[in-house]
Design a protein around this ligand. Structure first.
Ligand code: FPP
Length: 242
């Protein structure tokens, strides 16, 4: 039993990956615009990061923008990109304070130049930190990540640097976007949708999955604690019998 001043958790996941869904519906229910929902969602990111640090969750991966999200209306895409830049500017001091390293996963070169610059700047400024890592999935798709890895491997085979028989799961995993980051122990999706939506398809193979009806802006510390308690009750067997 891991003891914590405020909550006792049976077991704390090292890596939590979250599909932050429901901003739009949260806003609609309140008669607000979808963008207001995303703003509330970004506020909630701060709250969840703080709780993660307090409880000892070392890695948090957030699905902030999927490859499919490019199909949204351009004003919503613009608002999300601008929220991302604001978030990074505003949170940087907090990253330094808590020695949190920023990472990203996804086809980052698809993002607007100014967002790419801001990401690169904060990643560089926090690259030495080891207290925890925030991984933002941006222009991310699980299938795209697997395709990108396959292309890198194919290039190596083509130029004779690798033999086809050398390709196994371990080797393949080494060509994903962030091979040093451990697979998520727990994946949370808010808003009542029960699907993975192209998120970390390779990495979630043995993760525990937790779905809640709560919309992302309302997913507070208590809701997060419920997810971690539920994780603590799960028996992870990784295909074994024990
Ligand atoms: C899904 O809700 C959410 C997104 C596509 C974007 C998530 C973005 C944020 C939480 C804010 C920005 C993030 C950072 C890190 C600054 P939805 O819009 O699909 O909601 P709906 O299904 O109710 O319409």
């Amino acid at each position: 039993m891991i003891k914590h001043p405020e909550i006792k958790f049976e077991k704390v996941p090292c890596h939590v990956a979250i599909i932050m869904d429901g901003n739009g519906r949260w806003a609609k229910a309140k008669g607000l615009s979808r963008v207001k929902g995303h703003e509330a969602g970004a506020e909630n990111v701060r709250r969840i990061l703080k709780a993660s640090r307090r409880w000892g969750v070392k890695y948090v991966t957030l699905y902030a923008f999927s490859v499919e999200n490019w199909a949204r209306p351009s004003f919503e895409i613009k608002a999300l990109m601008s929220l991302l830049e604001h978030f990074l500017k505003r949170e940087e001091a907090e990253f330094h304070e808590s020695r949190l390293r920023l990472r990203v996963t996804g086809r980052i070169s698809d993002l607007p130049r100014s967002a790419q610059r801001e990401i690169a700047r904060v990643m560089k400024a926090t690259e030495k930190y080891d207290e925890g890592q925030l991984v933002l999935a941006l222009s991310y798709g699980g299938r795209a990540e697997i395709v990108d890895a396959a292309k890198k491997i194919a290039e190596k085979v083509k130029c004779g640097e690798m033999n086809v028989n050398d390709i196994d799961e371990k080797c393949f995993g080494g060509y994903l976007y962030n091979p040093d980051i451990p697979d998520p122990d727990l994946m949370v999706r808010t808003s009542g949708e029960i699907r993975i939506s192209n998120f970390l398809l390779w990495e979630l193979s043995y993760s525990e999955l937790y779905f809640t009806d709560v919309m992302w802006p309302d997913f507070n510390d208590d809701e997060y604690a419920k997810a971690i308690h539920e994780y603590g009750r799960r028996q992870r067997r990784f295909g074994d019998v024990k």
